[in-house]
Design a protein around this ligand. Sequence first.
Ligand code: BJW
Ligand code: ZN
Length: 262
Amino acid sequence: MIERARALVQQSRAIVAITGAGISAESGVPTFRGEGGLFRGRDGRELATPEAFAEDPGLVWSFYRWRRRVVARCEPNAAHLALAEAEDAGRCEVTVITQNVDGLHHRAGSRWIVALHGDLFVIRCSGCGRERHDPDPDWPPLEGRASADPDDPEGSVILPRCERCDALERPGVVWFGESLGNRVLEDAWAATKRANVVLVVGTSAVVQPAASIYRVARARGTTVIEVNPESTPISEDVDISLRGTAGAILPDLLGARRSEGG
Ligand code: BJW
Ligand code: ZN
């Protein structure tokens, strides 16, 4: 299976990698679903919806502040680096379409990134829509003391307000029930249509519309290869399903291109 997948990747002129939380798991970023997941057996709607934010912005901001702190301590892993190196090698077009908001593809050096669900380090005004980048993991500030350990229970977050219109600021991510930006969707469809091989890496493939992008590729006869230690709802519907971690498989799949090219 891996040899066949490697040969297909090696022959392709354009690759798309649709990535999910699993690609960052080996960096130490928790995934959403499953045991120990970010949603901790709870429905994501308790934390990742506009309704949850309207009801308890302090709770939602604490969750995202904690996430910013966790991610700031993590580094890109072998899977992020393999994608960045394949793009850098320039022997084929490599586009990363990611559901992740952790910025690790960017930190690994990938340049063609379509971030479907936004960015943990972007802050958006819920009133006027003004967006700004804030890389400080300890933001927003706490009412109480700040601990160096992101797992340590902390005080409450001081709710951030927009300098321009005074409405509450919110994380610049896409919650359930919110539309993905038109631009990111257009970029994702365009890259997928150009691809000869689509890799679906580290996603449970249950959240739409990301989970359906591979179908566009399949409908066009493009090869779809899944990389995941577990089976998912799309495993039976792809050309090759590789069972293993992204950090083990992606360097093997993509690295062959570099050694062959010299
Ligand atoms: C490893 C590994 C290792 C572990 N190596 N792998 C059509 C039908 C039904 C419902 C809908 C539909 N269209 C839209 C909806 C509603 C909704 C939706 O999809 N609901 C489903 C749950 C049913 N979608 C939306 O609301 C979207 N908006 C939209 O479509 O607007 C128009 C519309 C609205 C309403 C109705 C109809 C149309 C927006 C979705 C936004 C999702 N937002 C979140 C939060 C983002 C911000 C944040 O990060 O906090 O995005 S939810 C969360 O799930 C996050 C993730 O990006 C996303 C996907 O999770 P992912 O990446 O798959 O992670 P996990 O944890 O689920 O899986 C990890 C995988 O890794 C597992 O498989 C492991 O095995 C594997 N793994 N270690 C490789 N080392
Ligand atoms: Zn504002």
